[in-house]
Each structure stands twice: as structure tokens, then as C-alpha cells.
Design a protein around this ligand. Sequence first.
Ligand SMILES: [Zn+2]
Length: 199
Amino acid sequence: MAPVGTWLATIRLPGAVRYADYSTVVEAVCTPLYPSMEFAYDRNRACGERLPDFPERPLAPIDELILVTIEREPYGEPWHALYCPNRQRIVGPLSDHYRYRLQEEYDLINGHLCRYAGPATVCGRVTDGEPLGLLFPTWPGGPDTSDAPPAPDLFARWNDPDLCRRCFLTWSTQPEENPEGAADVPGPVQRRRWWRFGH
Ligand SMILES: [Zn+2]
């Protein structure tokens, strides 16, 4: 029987589909990938022989990482993530929640991810300019989160030449770490029109 708290995750690569377990305990896709899926007892689950992966190998060059979509049951709304052909593993993000974490802490300036809207970039390059308005920090007693803007799936823009890949890759491999030079946690921000791609 499928372990409690485990759902099927479907990973779509160019020309191939892989399957994995999604753990609701850690809220993340488990890294082993499987070639097929089956319905067992009460839900779909990954099955077949575990596909080989090579976590000890170096990460592929940034431009060789592959953009994939991941969809977890029972919600079914896919998010974009990176897959390393060298390690044959998903790099990240491993959960759909990533988009909310980015929105709570980061803004975009000239395509760079900037914690609390800068001035430091995640990739370490120097940039300046106006934040695009992604940042929507929430805290106890803060803004009414029911009014939160829709959090964009920013990894969907991996192939956008205006986006800094180094920022996104760095964040996806160490999202919980505090990037160097991060600014202090800000106070309440001025409300403004929320920025979105394509608007
Ligand atoms: Zn950057």
C-alpha cells in the first residue's frame, strides 16, 4: 500500500515522462525517479525499477539544465523545475510552495532575484533599478493574506533571456540559506499594483 502522506508526482521532460513520490510530510518530491505508474489500493503511485541517478556527479553546466514540469496528485497544477541530465535528478524546486516562498522574500530587479527587494542579488552580481513588485511579505499581524497576489511560477521563465539563470539556480539549490548581504527584514511595504509577467 502507498505510504500515508505519499502522492504520485509526474515529471514531464522533453520527450519523456517520469514518476516519483511526493511526500506531504516534507512537502517535496522525493528524488528517486521511476519509469511507470500504477493504481494501487486507493491512489496512483510510482512503480517499476528505480531509474539510476548520480548525485555525486557535478551539476551540468547551467545552460544544459533541462526545464521540466512537475505535477503532484491530487492537485494537478504543474510547476516548472530544473532537471540535471548529468546527475539524472531533479535539481528543484521540489515543491509547488516555492512560488509563495519567493514571493514572500524576493523581488526581481533587472531579472535578478533580490532578497527583500535588494540591493543584494542571489547570484552576487551588482545591479540596481526598480523592483518589479513581486515581493509580498506576510507576517503575523501583517497584511490580509486573502488579498495576496497570485504567486507566479517564475521557473517557467527559465528560457527568458531577461531572467538571471544563476540567481534562480542558486536559489533552487539552497532556498533556505540566507544569501550573502541580504537586507534586514523590511517593515510593511507600500501597497502598489502587483507586477506579473506579461502585464
Ligand atoms: Zn542574478
